[in-house]
Design a protein around this ligand. Structure first.
Ligand code: SN0
Length: 321
């Protein structure tokens, strides 16, 4: 593996999940693989789980880690070409990425979408420039359109907790007060559609009208506006808010209350409830569920380490070829 950006960077989902679970059983089996190599984690937006789990995974592999909070500690970054930098931006991504590439063998990058310019966001303009100018393998720590370390984690977690060979997995839209990216649901849909193709799960997406995701991520998924029908006999419910793709970045009023709670849980096959976190309690998901026996959110967050570790391991193996 020479980069990790989407499900297309993984050839077989079943294999990568199995190998991640082997690392979970034996975290220090490859503790010298990353010796004398450096991972740089570059954040243009906040992070808790991604930062800590990736750092921990890297340490388990013997890597040195440097963290750069560009949004708080870096120079204001210019990403446009052909402009005179006489405004507020101080350093161009051409130099910033190239310099970080000199210090690091692998770089991770987090950059959220603007939610105003759909074309730039969905072309992954910023991410692609970073890849081009840094010159080393790049791991997505969530880009404008995807969050692949989260989706790999989610597949690992579903595999560990499934009670049937082909569980019903439902991605369920939830309310929020802010306009959030489509990256997590896009990525979850992309990975689960592929898992469905490989015969591992049965995948449904439920959202109110107006919240359709971009079709490139949802091919093969059952898509419905009927929340109750989607929840019926579900084994896993993945709760997540996102803003509109069609009316880009907009938040429509929704009359029905789409917050997942114990009443809704009764429709399911005693479903396990997942969320990538951070979660707004009693807005997206009820406290009852979060504090109850059906919640997987902490176990899911814990598995972020093994997703990051298998990805870093594969990239290190590529580098040492
Ligand atoms: C991000 C998102 O993409 O939805 C990160 C998830 C890993 N979430 C938020 O920005 C939540 C912000 C909030 O105010 O609740």
């Amino acid at each position: 593996m020479n980069k990790f950006f989407s499900v297309a960077d993984v050839d077989n989902l079943d294999n990568i999940v199995k190998e991640a679970l082997e690392l979970k059983a034996n975290p220090f089996a490859h503790e010298t693989l990353g010796k004398h190599k450096t991972l740089g984690l570059v954040f243009l937006n906040p992070s808790l789980r991604t930062r800590l789990s990736t750092q921990k995974a890297a340490t388990n592999l013997g890597l040195s880690v440097m963290v750069m909070n560009m949004d708080k500690d870096g120079w204001a970054l210019e990403t446009r070409d052909g402009i005179v930098m006489n405004g507020t931006t101080v350093e161009h991504i051409r130099e910033a990425a190239a310099v970080m590439g000199e210090y690091c063998d692998i770089l991770g990058l987090r950059s959220f979408p603007s939610l105003t310019d759909r074309e730039a966001d969905y072309n992954e303009d910023l991410f692609n420039k970073f890849i081009k100018y840094c010159g080393v393998p790049v791991v997505s720590l969530e880009s404008a359109t995807r969050h692949p370390l989260q989706s790999l984690t989610d597949l690992i977690t579903i595999t560990e907790h499934k009670k049937t060979t082909k569980p019903k997995v439902v991605l369920a839209w939830a309310p929020h007060v802010k306009a959030l990216p489509q990256a997590v649901p896009n990525s979850f849909a992309e990975w689960m559609s592929q898992a469905q193709k490989e015969g591992l799960i049965d995948f449904t997406i439920a959202h109110p009208a107006g919240y359709e995701l971009a079709e490139e991520f949802t091919s093969g998924a059952h898509i419905t506006h009927d929340w109750n029908a989607a929840l019926t006999s579900a084994d896993f419910v993945y709760v997540k808010n996102w803003s509109s793709y069609k009316e880009y970045g907009q938040v429509y009023p929704v009359s029905e209350n789409w917050m997942m709670d114990n009443e809704k849980l009764k429709l399911t096959n005693d479903a396990k409830v997942m969320h990538c976190l951070p979660v707004r309690r009693d807005l997206e998901l009820s406290s009852e569920i979060l504090d109850g026996p059906n919640s997987l959110v902490i176990k899911e967050a814990s598995n972020r380490v093994w997703a990051a570790q298998i990805v870093l391991k594969r990239i290190l193996e590529h580098l040492s070829k």
